[in-house]
Design a protein around this ligand. Structure first.
Ligand SMILES: [Zn+2]
Length: 250
C-alpha cells in the first residue's frame, strides 16, 4: 500500500483537533455543582501528575534527537517563565483585578497560567508541523501525544478559572484559545520543515520546561492547600504513571 501523501489539510485538521482537545478539560466540572476542597486538591494533583507524565514524554522525544538542544529548550522555557512573571502586575496591583471583581492574587494567577499555557503552545505547534514533515506516522504520533496532554492543561486552566467565578463556557473558550498557537505554528513549520526541523528538540524542551514549572509552582502548591500531602502525592504519582503507560501504548 503506497503511503498517503500528507497535505497542508492534514496538518491543519490535526493541529486544530489538538487545540480543541484542550476544551475537554471542562468535562470533570460538568458533573459537579459545588467545587469542594477535596475536588480542588485531587483535581490539581491529577492535572499535575498527567502534565508531569506528558513532559517526561516530550523530554524523552527530544533526548532521542539532541540532548544539547533539549537543554537549550529547557533553559529558554525557564527564561520565558521568569520574563512572564516580571511582566505581570505584581500581587499588590489592585487596578486590573478590580475590573474583574477578583482579588489581585487570583487575577495574577489566572494571567500567569494563561500566559504560560499559551506561550508554550507555539513550541508544540512547531512539534506538530515538523513531525508531519518527518517519517511516516510520526505526525499522527506527535499530534495525538500533544492532543492528550492538552486535556490536563485544560483541566489546569479550569481549576484556576471555575473556582474564581468564570463561567464554564468562557473557561472552555479560554482553554481552546491557549492552544490556538498550535495550528498557527503547525502550518508554517510543515511548509518550511527544513528550517524548523532543527528547532524541534528545542521546542519540545521548552514546552516540557513550562509544564514542569506549572506542576511545581502552580498545581502542587494549590493541591496542598486543599488536601494533605498523603493524598496529593500518590494521586500525582499515579497520574504520572498512567500518562507514561498511555504514551507507551501509543
Ligand atoms: Zn503543553
Amino acid at each position: 500500500m503506497p503511503p498517503i501523501e500528507i497535505t497542508l489539510w492534514h496538518v491543519l485538521i490535526a493541529s486544530g483537533l489538538t487545540a480543541l482537545c484542550t476544551g475537554l478539560g471542562i468535562v470533570p466540572f460538568l458533573f459537579v455543582d459545588r467545587i469542594s476542597d477535596r475536588f480542588l486538591g485531587i483535581g490539581n494533583s491529577l492535572a499535575a501528575g498527567l502534565m508531569m507524565g506528558a513532559s517526561i514524554g516530550l523530554i524523552f522525544e527530544a533526548h532521542l534527537i539532541s540532548d544539547m538542544k533539549l537543554a537549550i529548550g529547557l533553559a529558554i522555557g525557564a527564561a520565558m517563565i521568569v520574563a512572564t512573571r516580571a511582566l505581570l502586575p505584581d500581587d499588590h496591583d489592585e487596578e486590573e483585578s478590580l475590573t474583574l471583581g477578583l482579588e489581585s492574587a487570583s487575577f495574577r494567577k489566572m494571567l500567569m497560567i494563561m500566559a504560560v499555557m499559551t506561550a508554550h503552545s507555539f513550541a508544540e505547534g512547531i512539534g506538530v508541523g515538523v513531525s508531519f514533515g518527518g517519517r511516516e506516522g510520526f505526525g499522527e504520533l506527535i499530534s495525538s501525544a500533544i492532543a492528550i496532554h492538552n486535556i490536563p492543561e485544560g483541566i489546569a486552566i479550569a481549576l484556576v478559572m471555575i473556582p474564581r467565578g468564570v463561567s464554564k463556557m468562557k473557561t472552555t473558550l479560554w482553554s481552546i484559545f491557549s492552544s490556538l498557537p498550535q495550528p498557527l505554528m503547525a502550518v508554517p513549520a510543515f511548509l518550511f520543515v527544513l528550517v524548523f526541523e532543527p528547532l524541534l528538540p528545542i521546542g519540545l524542551g521548552l514546552a516540557a520546561g513550562a509544564m514542569i514549572y506549572m506542576v511545581f509552582v502552580e498545581l502542587m502548591p494549590e493541591a496542598l492547600e486543599h488536601v494533605k500531602a498523603q493524598a496529593a502525592i500518590p494521586v500525582c504519582l499515579l497520574a504520572t504513571a498512567a500518562m507514561l503507560a498511555f504514551q507507551w501504548l501509543l
